[in-house]
Design a protein. Structure first.
Length: 151
């Protein structure tokens, strides 16, 4: 796959709704409604629509996803496709579709607990779970390096 992770004016194939002031979110939403997003975005949206489960596998970078995955989310999970207003996430177009966050870290499991130096995963991953506008699967599993554990 040769996916461009940067959200730019080039993502919109038709005329802009406001050529004087470019606002990516507004223009991507309008382009989604008019079916004038670039083919790489539309192809990725089709994959998401057709999937029974969307797995986001990534290394944790500064408590978030790597830039290339963030760019994919910005471009593919746009308003008009993954969510819309006023319902936003509660009535998103992907509501009920399952998503799994599969995250690797360079740290021990203890570092990501309520009393750990990095804090509890569930608190800093909440915005990501909400932003992907998909229904997260329960994740009761932890697999520390050589001593796998099933909670």
């Amino acid at each position: 796959m040769d996916f461009e992770p940067r959200a730019t004016r080039n993502d919109i194939t038709g005329p802009l709704s406001n050529p004087e002031v470019f606002s990516y979110g507004v223009e991507a939403y309008e382009a989604c409604k008019k079916q004038s997003l670039t083919s790489d975005i539309v192809d990725e949206q089709k994959k998401v629509q057709e999937a029974d489960l969307v797995i986001f596998q990534f290394p944790l970078y500064w408590f978030s996803v790597p830039a290339i995955l963030k760019g994919w989310m910005d471009r593919v999970l746009c308003q008009g496709f993954a969510f819309d207003l006023p319902g936003f996430y509660d009535s998103g177009f992907l509501k009920g579709k399952l998503a799994l966050l599969s995250i690797t870290t360079g740290s021990t499991a203890e570092m990501y607990t309520k009393t750990g130096v990095s804090g509890d995963f569930k608190y800093f991953l909440w915005p990501l779970q909400v932003a992907i506008a998909l229904h997260p699967t329960p994740s009761p599993h932890s697999f520390p390096r050589c001593k796998m554990r099933w909670d």
